[in-house]
Design a protein around this ligand. Structure first.
Ligand code: NAP
Length: 350
């Protein structure tokens, strides 16, 4: 079969002819229908986000059709449409993302995560994928969904929703999404609207992407980041829930503006790629009864919730622009993904 492989740490992603994976214990063989190419895939391949378990077939998540299952797999069956969440969780801090960078817990890994990555390292940017059964969630009825490529956005919607749900119900509350101009942030805006937020304040730098988000409806407000913490806090809030989905930023100012914008009892949830320390005044957090949470990847229950929102039409994926690519030219696909932002993404349809 054809697959995108990375051979070594300083190598590019290449289109390769590799053997179709053979089924083994705990495994699910899927035909890959569509996979989201994250905007920062090129950075991942270049090693800027941690070490890939090379050599590997790249790719964290996809929507696929089950072809075959190992004898010890019972929750999905041939013919099912499934979401691959990429998250293989051995409990405690031992979690890996199959086919990608990123380890759970403090991020340093352990002997056990090394073993997990030895057994399960190949991802889904390929015609077929052998997936660990723990990463598979069934999408009942998805075989009738008219635009399968759109479903490649489900993983990002589920990651965003898992983050938002740490703050409880969103219905009737004021939600702010910092980095709404990115794909994870755009996904969060769609989820918050679908789950009944009173207002959703979309926050980012890119004016064009903010304007596009504003077109989603009258509950969307926008704030273009100024870089001045006090000005940004006033523009973002007051918020009951603030979700930070920013990429790597040189300072924590935008995140702290979101913290400042919270109402009493509010929650700031961090799901982005900011690699800065946050200076949070003890007394302020205490007196304002705030919560600061982290959230990583998604859980199966949230996948079911998000899929039901999409399936019922409450979350309308036609608002998202899908640019479809095939396997032929990985370098061009990664370039395109890097240029794609906000409510647009690149779907690999092998
Ligand atoms: N928690 C999890 O489970 C999880 C899962 C997947 C990804 N992530 C992380 O989430 C982050 C965002 O992912 P994504 O797919 O949304 O990426 P993306 O589409 O590239 O979006 C990046 C966002 O960060 C903003 N940004 C980047 N540099 C900035 C700067 N210097 N100042 C202010 N804003 C800046 C961008 O704003 P503009 O476009 O307006 O410039 C955009 O809103 C990634 O870094 C990734 O590591 C976390």
């Amino acid at each position: 079969m054809r697959a995108w492989t990375v051979a070594e740490h300083d190598d590019d992603v290449r289109l390769s002819e590799v053997p179709t994976p053979a089924l083994r214990g705990g495994g699910v063989l899927v035909e890959v229908l569509a996979a989201h190419l994250p905007a920062y895939t090129k950075m991942v391949v270049e090693g800027n986000r941690g070490a890939l378990p090379v050599p590997l077939i790249l790719g964290p998540s996809c929507v696929g059709r089950v072809i075959d299952v190992a004898p010890d797999v019972f929750h999905v069956a041939p013919g099912d449409i499934v979401l691959d969440t990429a998250l293989l969780d051995a409990g405690g801090d031992d979690q890996i993302l199959v086919g990608w960078v990123g380890l759970g817990g403090p991020g340093g890994g352990s002997d056990r995560t090394d073993q997990m990555r030895t057994v399960w390292h190949d991802g889904v940017f390929a015609e077929h994928a052998l997936c660990a059964k723990e990463t598979m969630v069934k999408l009942p009825g998805a075989e009738h969904y008219p635009e399968p490529a759109h479903l490649a956005f489900l993983p990002w919607l589920c990651i965003a929703a898992t983050g938002l749900h740490t703050a409880g119900s969103l219905a009737g509350r004021d939600v702010a999404v910092i980095g709404a101009t990115g794909q994870l942030g755009g996904a969060a805006v769609l989820v918050a609207l679908a789950e009944g937020a009173a207002t959703v304040t979309a926050v980012g730098r890119n004016k064009q992407a903010l304007d596009r988000l504003a077109e989603l409806g009258p509950r969307v407000r926008t704030h273009q980041l100024t870089g001045d913490r006090a000005t940004d806090a006033a523009g973002i809030g007051p918020a009951d829930v603030a979700l930070d989905a920013l990429g790597a930023t040189p300072t924590a100012d935008a995140t702290m503006a979101a913290y400042d914008s919270l109402r009493r009892g509010g929650t700031l949830t961090l799901i982005g790629g900011v690699r800065q320390n946050l200076t949070i005044p003890y007394g302020d957090l205490m007196h304002r009864r705030l919560t600061v949470r982290g959230s990583w990847m998604s859980d199966d229950e949230t996948v079911a919730t998000v899929w039901n929102l999409v399936r019922s039409g409450l979350l309308d994926l036609s608002a998202v622009e899908v640019l479809t690519v095939g396997l032929d030219d990985p370098a061009a696909a990664l370039e395109l993904a890097e240029r794609t932002t906000g409510l647009g993404f690149v779907a690999l349809v092998p």
